[in-house]
Each structure stands twice: as structure tokens, then as C-alpha cells.
Write a protein that binds this ligand. Sequence first.
Ligand code: TYD
Length: 225
Amino acid sequence: MPRGLLITLEGLDGSGKTTQIERLAVWLKKREFASRGVIVTRQPGGTAIGDRIRALLLDSRSAGLAPMAEMALMFADRAQAIAEVIQPALAAGKIVLCDRFTDSTEAYQGGGRELGSAPVLKLHRLLAANLQPDLTFLLLPSLEASLARARRRNQRENTKSGQDENRFELEQDAFYRRVHEKYREIAAREPARILLIAGDLSLDQIHERIVEAVAERLLTVAKTT
Ligand code: TYD
């Protein structure tokens, strides 16, 4: 049986990734090549153990978390997701859509926290079997638009629950500028894997670009298997 397909979505908080992944899943499920199965997952989280790691990572009470510990927890979550969800699904020939993957660790911990790319890539080889997505969509609206959206969302959550939902959204603009820059650097390094969708496009325009690229990739896969 051919190996399945791993498709990841990346971008800054508030870039609309989650909406796009849901729309892509709906689109795929309506098409015959999805008869092999489509699953949607996210990082951190996506497994019962991962959800506990996620809660620890995102809670503002974890403010004292050292950057190295934060990176280690991201990989602990990923190793669990690969073992429990991603690898079995790929082995069964399924299409796996993953909201964030190792590019997030490189951008946020490598760039944002200034740990650099090298330790992230090394841990990826060691703890994530160097698993590479077949296709990655990187949504990078302008930095200003992303920041404004993430803040609005966080404020809404604050009012609703009296608690912030995401420790990362409390970071300063300089942190997000470094994340943004690192994402651009990764996209320039790996143009064959990463489709950069930059600028402030509408949800429909982004969806169109994504499904076009996925359809093309699925056709290539169908021809070669
Ligand atoms: P989430 O609420 O899922 O945000 P989003 O909807 O923007 O994806 O929170 C995930 C947060 O974790 C997000 O701010 C990015 C951060 N993150 C890292 O810092 N490193 C990582 O490796 C991953 C997967 C996420």
C-alpha cells in the first residue's frame, strides 16, 4: 500500500490556519481520492497525553518555563502524536492534515525564543524520526494584521473565561517579528515542500490556492503509484 500523505499548515497565531485546515478537510472528503481516509490533527495536542502537554505549554501560569524545556515539551508532544496517530495513519495510506508541525518549533522556539534552528533540526531527527511533510502551507499575512487578530481573539477569550487562552499570544511584537522572519527563512530554504501564502488574502482566495496545490500533488501521487 502506498504511504499516505502528510500535509501541514503553518503560520502565525491568528493567520486563519485552523479555518483553512477545516475547509481543506471538507473539500478532500468530498473527493474520491479521499476514500483512503482523511484525518485532522494539531500540535501541540491531538492525543490524550498531548492535550495535557498542551495545557501545560499554553497556560500563563507556565510563564517561568525555560525555552529549552518549552522546546523539549513540543517534541515530547510531537513524538507521542507521531507514534499514536500520524505514523499509523500514514502506514494505512491516509491523508493526514496537521495544524502545525516542526516548522512551528523552528519558528517559535528557534526564532522567537532565539534557540536557533540547529537544535530544533537535531531534535527532529532524533525524536521525530526526521519525518518530513509532503506539503506545507505557510500562511503569512502581514505581521501587523496577524498581531491585531491574535490580540482580538485573546481579549475575547479573556472576557469569556477570565483567563488567557494562549501564553504565546501574550508575547511582545519583537517575539512575533522573529517568528515571522524565521518562517520566511524556512520557506526560502525549502521551496519544494513549502508553499508560502503571503499577504492579506481573503479566506476564499487562500482556500483556492491550497486546494489547487493539493489536487496537483494528489494527481502526481496517483500517477506514480
Ligand atoms: P494554538 O491555540 O493552537 O494557536 P494557533 O491557533 O495559532 O495554532 O496554540 C499553539 C501555540 O503554540 C501557538 O502560539 C504556537 C505555539 N507553538 C510553538 O511555540 N512551538 C511549536 O512547536 C508548536 C507546535 C506550537
